[in-house]
Design a protein. Structure first.
Length: 296
């Protein structure tokens, strides 16, 4: 099916979805960028929740926080939508056929890093700590792959990545290295190639399961929430996009930030990039309330 005919992945807010030409294009990478407190997580969870309505399955959440400060995804979903957020148990079975055991609880939330209080960029660590991080990363990548692959064969078509810290160089970020692997080797691969990467020597043993539970990776959207050092929307709009960073590779970029108007602070967002689709040029004001977003 062509991109134009695929069902858009909406946020559930008419103003924002209209600004995006009907919603996000599936099979693409979208970045929501803004400072802490801009509302990125709440907006992302609206998109995750819309998966339940549109695709019949809640979106999958990977929380990359490592410094002990929770993003409270479960609390937001429960308070705002009355939905539970089952947690992936973080277990890779010895017999990988268990991945295809649909009676086994799987979970929609995965928190891969548990080194609370530790930063995740090379410049903040001494050589030994950096090496330890890299060792942990290697063990965790495969587990993350199982979480995503198992989620997709169970019907998830939306993946939200949250808790990403700002960095001067993406190449020195453990979080970004982690994301690059799961995005290119799992999310953007044909389902059988993703299975081959994960199952390895047990692939042939499970090839029947792989074929039975195939999916179109072009239907899987990815939302990457990035915390910026800039708080004000004007600063974010003026910031140049560098080749090779997450923004250059994204299909869609939504900026969220503070505004100053008549002696008061407010919030607004702007879609600065939306390739392959009609897109509005507006700067849209919003408020965050107990019931969600209110757009002006």
């Amino acid at each position: 099916m062509s991109e134009a005919k695929k069902q858009r992945q909406t946020f559930g807010y008419e103003v924002l979805d209209s600004l995006l030409g009907g919603g996000l294009l599936p099979g693409k990478l979208t970045v929501i960028a803004g400072a802490t407190g801009a509302g990125k997580t709440q907006l992302g969870l609206s998109w995750v929740r819309e998966g339940l309505r549109a695709e019949g399955h809640l979106g999958s959440i990977m929380d990359l926080t490592s410094r002990g400060d929770s993003q409270n995804h479960a609390g937001y979903l429960k308070d705002r939508y009355g939905l539970p957020l089952p947690v992936f148990d973080g277990h890779v079975p010895h017999d990988l056929a268990e991945v295809f055991d649909f009676d086994r609880p799987w979970g929609d939330y995965f928190h891969p890093f548990h080194r609370a209080g530790k930063r995740v960029t090379k410049g903040d660590l001494d050589p030994d700590d950096w090496h330890n991080w890299k060792v942990e990363l290697g063990r965790t990548l495969r587990l993350a792959g199982f979480f995503l692959y198992g989620s997709m064969i169970r019907g998830s078509r939306r993946v939200m990545v949250d808790g990403v810290e700002p960095t001067d160089k993406f190449s020195e970020s453990i979080q970004f290295e982690f994301f690059e692997y799961v995005y290119h080797q799992i999310l953007r691969r044909e389902h059988d190639w993703a299975a081959r990467e994960l199952l390895r020597e047990q692939f042939l043993k499970n090839v029947g399961h792989v074929e039975k539970h195939g999916y179109d990776h072009g239907d899987v959207g990815c939302l990457y929430l990035y915390t910026t050092p800039h708080k004000f929307l004007d600063e974010l709009i003026d910031e140049p996009i560098s080749e090779g960073d997450i923004f250059a590779n994204a299909n869609t970029i939504i900026l969220m930030g503070r505004t100053r108007e008549e002696g008061r602070l407010g919030r607004a967002l702007h879609v600065i990039k939306h390739r392959g689709s009609a897109c509005g040029d507006e700067i849209v004001k919003y408020r965050i309330t107990d019931s969600g977003f209110e757009f002006a």
